[in-house]
Design a protein around this ligand. Structure first.
Ligand code: MV4
Length: 446
């Protein structure tokens, strides 16, 4: 097992990783920018190193500074958390070249899944269903016209290097394909330095369902069921659930079996999430994330597993030690992402938190690095707390969520708590029959 782990992140996820390390008896090193000297993740770590000025580019994204911090503190592994360098294959390679363990997949798999075209063709070849679309990149306009006509409009032009909603253009008919194809390519070149694009049939009312997997790199691959992440606005998720209100146990088992067998065949290792669109009872794989995700706690609650502990054990070379039949799904979990934003305009609201009272009680978990007196810096993501509830049924989870939201007090800055309170009261949310478009309409209607 590792002797010391450097956590290359900040905020709630740095605390989340520290907690797993502490339970494993592994000392931690925090890194921080000058803006984060008073941050909770620094206070609670065994050691800390200041790695640069506030802009992330010069601190949390500065691979050389982070590797120096690991070297001088004698860390033998790095956990990247989510965001920042977590899906940067070059960084993972540098970590390994320095003789340290990267707590995540191999650099080759991070690189493979970073290219959405490669990810899709690898998964399709192994029997995972896709949205009808181009077979690989579409590099000339004539091909784009031909393929779009064959799949049928509307189509989406997507950037191979994109993901998470960046670099997508819709063409509703043949008159729009040239413009969509050209702008997608131009934007992809500017944003990612890679103008490769591909086509997919546009699904008009899908749900966003993702599958959590763990692989030990020694032949064992298991899944921990799905999360429904359809409740998002401008590609920012607000609420996630495990399991999906739309899915049966049989559908989950079938999808899980296909996905785990595909990942076993490519020799995948550590945690991963396969993203699917789900419409009319059909799944279509769209991309794979090679990191721990923000919403991983809902999976932990229904499976009773510590995903970060498992990530660390796998990176240290240990076997999973259990199989799919050992994994049981109990009850329902819901997570609310609470951000330092105006709940109506979504304008960020950094500043000093004067009072902080998180909810508690049975089935309530709060992952947050906030404390009374803390100043939320303006330089980073606005996520300040994740409220996760777990209960035997979805209805009981909603009742618990309503109760926990009412207890939650954050004073000094505006947060999205009032928006979450309105969502739980809505009968559409309570019915659970929403798609990816539900939240935008809900927000617009208020
Ligand atoms: C799609 C789609 C409809 N049809 N692909 C957006 C994020 C990226 N991961 C994939 N995205 C979409 N791909 C096809 N063929 C609609 C979206 C989409 C979306 C997907 C998941 C969650 C929220 C979304 C919001 C808008 C569009």
């Amino acid at each position: 097992m590792f002797q010391k782990i450097l956590i290359a992140n900040r905020g709630e996820i740095a605390l989340r990783v520290q907690r797993a390390c502490r339970e494993l008896g592994i000392p931690t090193v925090a890194i921080h920018s000058t803006a984060d000297a008073d941050a909770m993740h620094v206070r609670l770590a065994d050691e800390s190193v200041c790695i640069g000025p506030p802009p992330a580019r010069e601190s949390y994204l500065n691979a050389a500074s982070i590797l120096s911090a690991a070297t001088i503190t004698g860390a033998d592994a790095i956990h990247p958390g989510y965001g920042f360098l977590s899906e940067n294959a070059d960084f993972a390679e540098m970590v390994e070249a320095h003789g340290l363990a990267f707590i995540g997949p191999s650099p080759a798999h991070i690189r493979m899944m970073g290219d959405k075209i490669e990810a899709k063709s690898a998964m399709a070849a192994l029997g995972v269903p896709l949205v009808p679309g181009s077979d690989g990149a579409v590099s000339d306009l004539d091909a784009a016209r031909r393929i779009a006509a064959a799949i049928g409009y509307p189509v989406l032009v997507k950037a191979a290097a994109g993901g998470g909603g960046r670099g997508m253009k819709v063409a509703n008919d043949a008159d729009e394909i040239e413009e969509a194809w050209r702008t997608a390519r131009t934007e992809a070149r500017a944003a990612f330095g890679n103008d490769a694009v591909y086509l997919e049939k546009y699904l008009d009312r899908p749900r966003h369902i993702e599958l959590q997997v763990l692989a030990d790199g020694r032949g064992q691959v298991v899944h921990f069921g799905e999360r429904d992440c359809s409740l998002q606005r401008r590609h920012q998720k607000l609420v996630e659930e495990a399991g999906s209100p739309a899915l049966s146990a049989a559908e989950r088992d079938a999808l899980g079996a296909r996905a785990t067998s595909a990942l076993a065949k490519i020799g995948y290792r550590n945690a991963g999430t396969l993203e699917f669109l789900y419409q009319d009872g059909q799944f279509a794989f769209i991309e794979m994330n090679t990191r721990l995700q923000v919403e991983h706690p809902v999976t932990e609650m229904v499976c009773g597993i510590d995903l970060v502990r498992e990530q660390i054990r796998i990176a240290a070379g240990q076997e999973l030690g259990y199989g799919q039949s050992d994994i049981r799904f109990t009850g329902h979990a819901i997570e609310c992402r609470i951000t330092a934003e105006d709940p109506e305009t979504f304008v960020p609201t950094p500043g000093r938190v004067t009072a902080f009272h998180p909810p508690g009680g049975l089935g309530v978990r709060v992952d947050s690095a906030l404390y009374a007196g803390y100043r939320v810096p303006p330089h980073y993501d606005s996520l300040v707390a994740k409220l996760i509830v777990h209960a035997p049924t979805r209805d009981q989870a909603i009742a618990r969520l309503r109760r926990a939201l009412a207890e939650f007090v954050v004073v000094g800055i505006k947060t999205t708590l009032p928006l979450h309170q309105r969502i739980v009261e809505d009968v559409g949310f309570q019915r659970g029959d929403y798609t990816i478009h539900w939240l935008e309409r809900f927000v617009a209607g208020h």
